[in-house]
Design a protein around this ligand. Structure first.
Ligand code: ADP
Ligand code: MG
Length: 457
């Protein structure tokens, strides 16, 4: 691939991964000057842009570059102010006009600072299918009879299947119906954790407590992140109780069922199980087609895509709606950049390209990180030689996955994971393989972990 072409493809991908203002500010006018052996030279407009991109996006850019060209190992950054553009006008004109592969033109969405909810997610643009019917009806019912019917409402499901969309959609619906009479607050459990940590540090925990207790509807996303964090759990538990007892609505999402939130305090888990629990699973083919059609309708582009083409996209991306949308956006972007008409053949080729970029090598470090995140422990603890029970199991799972999925040899795994004896790895591998058969919780956990590894989120 030519540097220019390579960079266009990278930009197309980057645009989907980072926010629009960031992309426009830092990367829009970037150029790939040269590819030499294992390195590329990237030109940015200013010192500031160079520093920003280097600090913030280096890893992401390198990863994407390597998806296109696995030989690339290094990026050198250079400053080249904009006047370059005046040279070589014809070519640059061309670059200018193709430099921004426009993905779907979603209208500008805003996050309401009061509630923390993004206006992009509504119940009206949430497609209901067999996979999310129960969760959707429960959510609608909860919104109609706040605090009484389904409280708390607990929604769980895998990556990119619509949890955030649904729970924020309910929030938007409530805001619309009740205007200012009802205070809705959406928060990710990461944000909640940070608030608690800051509150403790600055001795302003009371303020935070009061703020949350004034809320009428509390929506908390990805609750799995608070398990294992004692102080945060405790604060959450008190907030939860205060709201619950005042009949305020609580809506929670999680990547796993309450039953599998293993390090969550028992009292909190039983509270969750006492409300309404609904899951979201993989969308079937018809639902995927409906989602694609809705996404196409919601934006104004001039590319007509036939049903045959839409079906093809739906077929290729069955496991993750975010990926499905991403594929559609990239397909349109690439068709535009290359000025291709949306024929079945062109689509097939491009989807092939997009699909093969996805099957990248999974690095052992990715597995370590994902498993550590899953069990809420640090990577350092995971690799340490500590015999604590809560570390031993995740560590053995890493060993198992490195062997089973990445086909690493036992001595390689032993070396990678803090210079252990390779018989330790062998033992772990055998143990997990055996336990998996009879231990349902373990097998579900490993499935969730694999989903994260392969869904790349
Ligand atoms: P999760 O929180 O489960 O990881 P998200 O709610 O972020 O997933 O959904 C990922 C993307 O897929 C979002 O852009 C969302 O709008 C879209 N999406 C998911 N489910 C649906 C659906 N049923 N209808 C329309 N769009 C959906
Ligand atoms: Mg989410």
């Amino acid at each position: 691939m030519e540097p220019k072409e390579l960079w266009q493809s990278v930009l197309g991908e980057l645009e989907l991964q980072i926010s629009k203002p960031n992309f426009q500010t830092w990367l829009k006018n970037s150029r790939l000057l040269e590819k030499k052996d294992e390195a590329v030279i990237l030109a940015l407009e200013s010192t500031f842009a160079k520093e920003w991109v280097e600090n913030k996006y280096h890893k992401t850019i390198l990863k994407i570059l390597r998806n296109f060209d696995p030989d690339i190992k290094e990026i050198f950054y250079q400053i080249q102010p904009g006047e370059e553009k005046t040279k070589n006008i014809p070519i640059h004109k061309k670059i200018e006009s193709i430099s921004l592969p426009k993905p779907l033109d979603f209208p500008e969405y805003t996050i309401d600072p009061k509630s923390g909810i993004n206006s992009r997610y509504t119940l009206q643009n949430f497609i209901v299918g067999a996979n999310n019917e129960l969760a959707y009806s429960a959510a609608v019912a909860a919104a109609e009879e706040l605090g009484r019917k389904y409280n708390p409402l607990f929604i769980y499901g895998g990556v990119g299947l619509g949890k955030t969309h649904l729970i924020q959609g309910v929030g938007n619906e409530i805001k619309k119906n009740y205007k200012d009479r009802i205070k809705v607050r959406y928060v990710s459990s990461e944000t909640f954790t940070n608030e608690v940590i800051n509150g403790i540090r600055t001795k302003r925990m009371e303020d935070i407590k009061n703020r949350y207790r004034k809320v009428d509807v509390l929506i908390i996303d990805d609750i799995q992140f608070i398990s294992g964090k004692e102080k945060t759990q405790e604060e959450f538990f008190h907030t939860f109780n205060a709201l619950y007892e005042a009949n305020k609505q609580i809506i929670i999402s999680s990547d796993r069922s309450p039953y599998l939130l293993s390090t969550l305090e028992e009292r909190l888990r039983s509270r969750f199980e006492g409300g309404m629990v609904a899951d979201i699973t993989y969308p079937d083919f018809e639902t995927r087609v409906a989602i694609l059609k809705m996404k196409l309708q919601s934006q104004s582009h001039e590319l007509p895509l036939t049903d045959e083409i839409i079906n093809l996209i739906a077929q290729k991306f069955p496991n993750n709606i975010r990926e499905l949308e991403g594929a559609l956006a990239r397909l349109i972007g690439i068709l535009r950049i290359r000025r291709l008409s949306p024929t079945l053949e062109n689509t097939e080729n491009i989807l092939e390209e997009i699909g093969s970029q996805k099957i990248r090598m999974i690095a052992p470090e990715d597995i370590v990180k994902i498993v550590a995140d899953f069990y809420n422990i640090s990577e350092k603890e995971l690799i340490s030689h500590s015999r604590k029970k809560e570390l031993v199991k995740p560590r053995q799972i890493v060993m198992y996955l490195l062997r089973e999925d990445l086909k690493n040899s036992f001595p390689t795994i032993a070396r990678r994971l803090g210079n252990r004896d390779h018989t330790t790895i062998l033992h772990a591998y055998n143990k997990i393989s055996k336990d998996l058969i009879k231990n349902r919780v373990l097998s579900q956990e490993i499935n969730l972990i694999k989903e994260k590894i392969y869904n790349n989120h």
